[in-house]
Design a protein around this ligand. Structure first.
Ligand SMILES: [Zn+2]
Ligand SMILES: [Zn+2]
Length: 249
């Protein structure tokens, strides 16, 4: 992007900083410029990255998060990578503020945490799938929720990760055809799948044919959303779909 600064907006945000100085949401210290004030580097570094892998379907331990053979019959994600542990209370707080209180700036520290995890995978686990240049693809939001929130949190993460790892991010390939009930409000797994069936649509399939996809979302719970996306991506000719999320709820 060009070095363009929207001066009126920039000035307004600096004035807002003076009137309402931003505090780190964890330790309460004021304004750490690196992360736009909402989270300091020290607090970010206390959040451990994840060292375990579980199958997207049965959650049992599997090598490098690869979907087990039994679950592969009904789960379309080939591999699930989870950057951090959702039992960490600070992480829960950051994700909730990012997602439900619309603090867009928290995308940056969350992407740094995910970056640290991917570097760990490459160094300690020799998992170098990023060298195959997968296309970064965020899980889409419905228009209704996008309008309400003002941004798609997965899209922000995908942008930052694509920039960090020099990946191509594809947009306009997958979209939601309607507004489903939020998955978090549905208890049973089967009902969650029904809720999503037929909800996503592929356009411009030529952009993804024979490619590997890195499908990015903030949180995975049952895996139904990731699997439904992976299903239609594969129907459109995608080779492999790796799911990457910050945490598994
Ligand atoms: Zn802090
Ligand atoms: Zn399994």
């Amino acid at each position: 992007m060009a070095n363009f600064i929207n001066y009126p907006q920039y000035l307004l945000s600096r004035i807002a900083d003076l009137i309402f100085p931003k505090k780190c949401i964890i330790c309460g210290r004021f304004n750490d410029k690196n992360f736009d004030g909402y989270l300091c580097a020290k607090c970010l570094n206390t959040i451990p990255i994840n060292h375990s892998f579980g199958c997207i379907g049965c959650k049992r331990p599997v090598a490098l998060g690869k979907t087990c053979r039994l679950c592969a019959k009904t789960n379309h994600i080939d591999q699930l990578l989870v950057a951090a542990d959702y039992k960490n209370q600070d992480l829960i707080k950051i994700i909730k503020l990012f997602k439900y209180r619309f603090i867009k700036e928290l995308g940056l520290p969350l992407s740094l945490l995910t970056k640290k995890y991917l570097v760990y995978l490459a160094r300690a686990k020799k998992l170098n799938f990023l060298e195959e240049n997968p296309l970064a693809l965020p899980v889409p939001l419905s228009n209704k929720r996008l309008n309400w929130r003002g941004f798609n949190q997965s899209d922000i993460l995908a942008d930052l990760l694509a920039e960090n790892f020099h990946l191509e991010k594809v947009t306009g390939v997958i979209s939601r055809t309607g507004n489903s009930k939020p998955q978090a409000e549905i208890e049973e797994k089967d009902k969650r799948l029904d809720n999503l069936s037929g909800l996503f649509r592929i356009s411009c399939a030529d952009k993804i044919t024979n490619k590997n996809i890195l499908l990015i979302d903030d949180v995975c719970t049952t895996g139904a959303t990731l699997n439904e996306c992976a299903k239609i991506l594969k129907e459109a000719g995608v080779k492999r779909v790796t799911g990457l999320v910050i945490a598994r709820g």
